[in-house]
Design a protein around this ligand. Structure first.
Ligand code: V0D
Length: 254
């Protein structure tokens, strides 16, 4: 479905070169989309060209995730630490959600994708937040893939805010310490309502979590690749899924 509509945008919809089992498809895949700047630098292009090119991979991987039956796709687009980058780069990045949605929102709607955002909205420029909120509103009743953008997201801040809110409620007698268990903590995080990721993918050779979903990734499988995000294709994505399925089968055996 998604592939047919997106085919119009000039990209065909390759089936996996190797077969992909429909058993044990991860329900939630989270991705740290790293290496956009390095990809550009290696080609003698400005970093911004890498970020722009990375948007195309977002489209292709969303399409692939939907096709194989992933239910939640969380993409780390901008961290709370990324504000430290040069102002020109931050300004450029903040225009990408609007640009992406201008091109893709109609197709996302047509394909029953629900857009969500996980992060701190207050620091975002109006034009960024307006674009994202329009997408969230216009896809709120969709029942297909949940495309969750981590935008101005930081995991330690997320946990501290939850803890501070809970402490204040305990102090005011609205919450008891005994009621704070793992499920309750999960419900107070920005990912509330979304199950923990089954699989984390990080591109570009870095082997760190970089303050991404520290609580939620406690039991997740992790898959790393040296491929830069702008070069990350459906085939790389399927490779990660196949490895996830192999690991799941191994655990089933013992
Ligand atoms: C740059 C690679 C899509 C990572 C992908 C503001 C770095 C391209 C979005 C997007 C970015 C976010 C929210 C939304 C719709 C689209 C995006 C940023 C960066 C940071 F509702 N790509 N993308 N946002 N890049």
């Amino acid at each position: 479905m998604l592939q047919r509509l997106w085919a119009r945008l000039g990209k065909s919809s390759p089936q996996p070169a190797q077969p992909l089992s429909s058993d044990n498809v991860p329900q939630h895949v989270a991705i740290i989309m790293d290496g956009n700047g390095r990809w550009a630098k290696n080609r003698g292009l400005p970093r911004m060209a890498g970020h722009h090119s990375g948007m195309k991979a977002v489209k292709h991987i969303t399409m692939a995730a939907d096709r194989i039956g992933v239910k939640y796709l969380t993409l780390y687009a901008f961290s709370t630490e990324n504000w430290k980058r040069p102002k020109a780069e931050v300004d450029f990045l903040m225009k990408l959600p609007g640009q992406f949605l201008e091109i893709e929102l109609n197709d996302l709607i047509a394909n029953n994708v629900q857009v969500k955002m996980m992060g701190y909205k207050s620091d975002l420029p109006d034009y960024t937040l307006d674009a994202v909120e329009e997408a969230i509103k216009r896809t709120a009743n969709n029942t297909g893939l949940i495309l969750n953008f981590a935008l101005n997201y930081g995991s330690r801040k997320e946990m501290l805010e939850a803890i501070k809110d809970m402490a204040a409620e305990v102090q005011q007698g609205q919450l008891t310490c005994e009621a704070i268990d793992e499920d309750y903590m999960s419900s107070r995080l920005l990912s509330s309502g979304i199950p923990d990721p089954d699989l984390l993918i990080r591109t570009s050779g870095e082997l760190r979590l970089s303050n991404f979903m520290l609580w939620q990734l406690a039991y997740s499988e992790m898959w790393f690749t040296d491929v830069y995000w702008p070069e990350f294709t459906e085939e790389h994505f399927y490779e990660a899924i196949r490895e996830y399925q192999r690991r799941a089968r191994r655990y089933g055996g013992v």
